[in-house]
Design a protein around this ligand. Structure first.
Ligand code: NAD
Length: 261
């Protein structure tokens, strides 16, 4: 229970990696603000079940992170409902794939807004309170695609490289304020975001999802298995611990060896 009395905001935590992170932080005793889209009834059931399972306060706010004022509003709501903001995990993200010359402008704008600009707006809104407390942990969920490219992902790769850059700047600026700012760079994690890509690939190649899973891993990851939301959650917990007090400005790979080769 190393994070008792800490308040964490995890964006995009109604699903996938964000939910894994929210669970890991709640298991350590942190109060958690959930955010993301989904069925209202299911999200309320999730909120209540996390409160019961971990005996912590869990709130939810349905801010749309493509809107800068709603990102700031989400940080404010976290402070109002849970009494502060100690940990900010910028996790919400979307994907779209197409070659550069066919990539729709609206998709570019949406990916840059949610995957990159929301990270800036979130950090801008949260850092003043963290400075006041002389303690803060910001963890930005980038990607292996924050460090290397793949075809057909121009907006995603640009946004994730931007997240790594913004992480470094915020880390340098807050280095003596008790705040650390790091980026996690996962490889493949089997979530709804990746499931959609697998289904698209299977349709295009005339194969099935299981075949595409194997091919997807073989293309990029020497370790032929997916990372899990639980593993990403455990890394976030470590970054919030005293053991990571001097780790800042780092892109941290958890990718089965993807960017090592
Ligand atoms: P996911 O689709 O399972 O979850 C995305 C979450 O973001 C959901 O809760 C969704 O509701 C929320 N979201 C989307 N648009 C939003 C908006 N406008 N406002 C508020 N919330 C919004 O995806 P995931 O795979 O868990 O991805 C989470 C993060 O991890 C993303 O930033 C993604 O780029 C990154 N990532 C994923 C993988 C992977 O293999 N799955 C690898 C590297 C990085």
């Amino acid at each position: 229970m190393g994070l008792k009395n800490k308040v964490a905001l995890v964006t995009g935590s109604t699903s996938g990696i964000g939910l894994g992170i929210a669970r890991a932080l709640a298991a350590e005793g942190a109060s958690v603000m959930l955010n993301g889209f989904g069925d209202a009834g299911e999200i309320e059931a999730l909120r209540v079940s996390l409160e019961k399972e971990f005996s912590v306060k869990v709130a939810y706010y349905d801010a749309d992170l493509s809107k800068p004022d709603q990102v700031a509003g989400l940080v404010q709501k976290t402070q109002d409902k849970l009494g502060g903001i100690d940990i900010l995990v910028n996790n919400a993200g979307i994907q779209f794939t197409a070659p550069v010359e066919e990539f729709p402008e609206a998709k570019w704008d949406a990916i840059i807004a949610i995957n990159l600009s929301a990270v800036f707006h979130g950090m801008k809104a949260a850092i003043p309170a963290m400075k006041k407390n002389k303690w803060g942990r910001i963890i930005n969920i980038a990607s292996a695609h924050g460090l290397v490219a793949s075809p057909h992902k121009v907006a995603y790769v640009a946004a994730k490289h931007g997240v790594v850059g913004a992480t470094k700047v915020a880390a340098v600026e807050t280095a003596n304020d008790g705040i650390t700012v790091n980026a996690i760079c996962p490889g493949w994690v089997l979530t709804p975001l990746v499931q959609k890509q697998l289904e698209d690939r299977a349709k295009e190649a005339g194969t099935d999802v299981d075949t595409e899973k194997k091919k997807m891993l073989q293309e990029t990851q020497p370790m032929l298995k997916f990372s899990t939301p639980e593993e990403i959650g455990a890394l976030v917990v470590f970054l919030c611990s005293d053991g990571a007090a001097t780790m800042t400005g780092a892109p941290i790979s958890i990718d089965g060896g993807w960017v090592a080769h």
